[in-house]
Design a protein around this ligand. Structure first.
Ligand SMILES: [Mg+2]
Length: 213
């Protein structure tokens, strides 16, 4: 079986601005939920730098998990728990209000096989928006969306390389760096390519309403 690599896009109206939001650490408490899974597998997350590799350690001897193990632990997390990741505080209310101005979609890097389960998880928290299952850099996907509209596009993500990908491929996009987990947020400055760094949805909502006026 071959993985479907073609990204399916929702039908955006040409008349309203578009807000594209990442899921993990923007709408969903990925790290916090991952920690429970790691513990059940005998590992612990010591957040010393803004990355998973090197910070996942065996509980028994504190040895850093190797690359293969990290890959396995993250894949098994998605297999088992993609349905039950809790929501980031205030995100659902903020998006609800922003949806009066923006058309919203979730742009998430997730294996295609998990798209529907992720969508169900998001819907359970009140995120009733189309889910775009992406893989790799998000810039080319946003470029495709940009070619279909003359409206403003806003993109929100926690990962600096994703913000850079969009800055490169779809440079007119307004880029927001948002890091949901306060421990992670402390470990990283504003991404160089982001226009703004905001880690609280109440503040981001007010900022975007103001921005789009
Ligand atoms: Mg993320």
């Amino acid at each position: 079986m071959t993985e479907d690599t073609e990204v399916t896009l929702p039908d955006f109206s040409p008349h309203r601005p578009i807000l594209l939001v990442d899921a993990d650490e923007v709408l969903l408490k990925f790290i916090q939920h991952l920690e429970l899974h790691l513990e059940s597998e005998g590992y612990v997350l010591n957040l010393e730098t803004f990355q998973l590799a090197g910070n996942i350690r065996e509980i028994e001897n504190q040895a850093a998990a190797d690359q293969e193990t990290v890959k396995y632990l993250i894949a098994s997390f998605f297999d088992k728990h993609v349905d039950t990741v809790p929501a980031i505080d205030h995100a659902a209310e903020a998006l609800q209000q922003l949806s009066t101005v923006f058309q919203i979609a979730v742009l998430t890097n997730i294996p295609h096989k998990h798209r529907v389960r992720r969508q169900n998880n998001l819907h359970s928290h009140g995120f009733n928006y189309p889910v775009i299952a992406n893989s790799g850099g998000k810039g080319p996907t946003i470029k495709k969306i940009q070619q279909e509209t003359s409206q403003t596009i806003v993109f929100v993500d926690d990962l600096p390389p994703q913000l850079s990908s969009v800055a490169t491929h779809a440079p007119d996009t307004y880029l927001v760096h948002f890091v949901g987990d306060p421990r992670l947020a402390k470990l990283i400055n504003k991404a160089p390519d982001a226009h703004v760094r905001i880690d609280d949805w109440r503040e981001l909502k007010a900022h975007l309403i103001d921005y789009i006026k």
